[in-house]
Design a protein around this ligand. Structure first.
Ligand SMILES: Nc1ncnc2c1ncn2[C@@H]1O[C@H](COP(=O)(O)OP(=O)(O)OP(=O)(O)O)[C@@H](O)[C@H]1O
Ligand SMILES: [Mg+2]
Length: 278
């Protein structure tokens, strides 16, 4: 009789997230881990900030010492180099620089960079000096940067009020150094959701060509942590060997399923993605 042991089983794909925590399990590092698991990818999770939050609000943010962020990465990499990397909230400039140094030192895969600056509720998840450090030291290393509309406007200085303006903003952000930029279309241009278009378009630019990824918009209030899950799903796809465009398409489909199955933890809470959907 032959027995399969952990020792004999095939090596799993491994994705690493470097992000702030959400103890409520809807966003951040915890959402990234659940997203990796849903994609059958083993997750490494390097925590950059302990954040007291629920799906309604952020109460407190405590950045982790930069040396401890670097030590988490070094310890994990000593055992196994990840196949893909994603970064989320990096809290401050010293952490940003520690992460950039670690990526270079260990020759980590070029990251999917979710340029998280503000939480949906308005709390700062990266200070101003951190924003400048992110652009200067992490963007040039990035495989992909995934700003939402608001972040793309801040990064490019361009008001995104038309498809043409969205392309101009993508051009401007690409000049900041990443290999590619994906401007997310999750937020409609106007705050009025009643007039939200029926499809949403995420726009990819790799310095040569634009690719539009159009999907039906799932109606409703959106959900807590969509941006985290989206970037994590792209990283999971890369870890499994997909090309970037395939990984983006698969991530959009995953987000659609997770949004349709979203649930609330309390009447006041924002919907939480069902990360476990197949
Ligand atoms: N209503 C929706 N229907 C279908 N797909 C969606 C919807 N909302 C978001 N997505 C998908 O999820 C991706 C990320 O969502 P979004 O644009 O809201 O990111 P974000 O603003 O960074 O989110 P967060 O508020 O978590 O920071 C979108 O690019 C899109 O592909
Ligand atoms: Mg976001």
């Amino acid at each position: 009789m032959t027995r399969t042991t952990a020792h004999d089983s095939p090596r799993p794909a491994v994705a690493m997230t470097i992000a702030g925590g959400d103890p409520g399990g809807g966003a951040g590092l915890q959402a990234d881990l659940k997203t990796f698991a849903a994609h059958r990818v083993h997750g490494f999770s390097v925590i950059t900030a302990v954040i007291a939050q629920n799906s309604v609000r952020v109460a407190r943010v405590a950045p982790v010492a930069p040396a401890l962020v670097a030590a988490q990465i070094a310890t994990l990499v000593a055992e196994r180099r990840p196949d893909a990397l994603k970064t989320g909230a990096l809290a401050d400039a010293a952490i940003v620089r520690a992460v950039a140094r670690s990526i270079a030192r260990f020759d980590l895969p070029a990251p999917i960079v979710d340029p998280v600056m503000l939480s949906t509720s308005g709390a700062r998840l990266l200070d101003r000096a951190g924003e400048r450090a992110l652009v200067k030291s992490i963007f040039p290393l990035a495989r992909l940067v995934t700003p939402n509309r608001q972040e793309a406007e801040a990064l490019s200085g361009i008001a995104i009020d038309s498809p043409l303006a969205m392309r101009a903003a993508a051009h401007a952000i690409h000049r900041l150094g990443p290999r590619a930029v994906l401007i997310k279309g999750g937020h409609p241009p106007r705050a009025d959701n009643s007039s939200a278009p029926r499809r949403l378009v995420d726009l990819l630019f790799d310095g040569r060509a634009f690719v539009e990824f159009s999907v039906p918009r799932v109606p409703g209030a959106g959900a807590h942590g969509t941006g985290c899950a989206f970037a994590a799903a792209i990283a999971a796809g890369l870890a499994r060997g997909l090309a970037l465009e395939e990984a983006i398409r698969a991530a959009q489909r995953y987000l659609g399923r997770a949004l349709r199955a979203a649930y609330r933890l309390s009447p006041a809470g924002r919907p939480i993605l069902d990360h476990g959907v197949r």
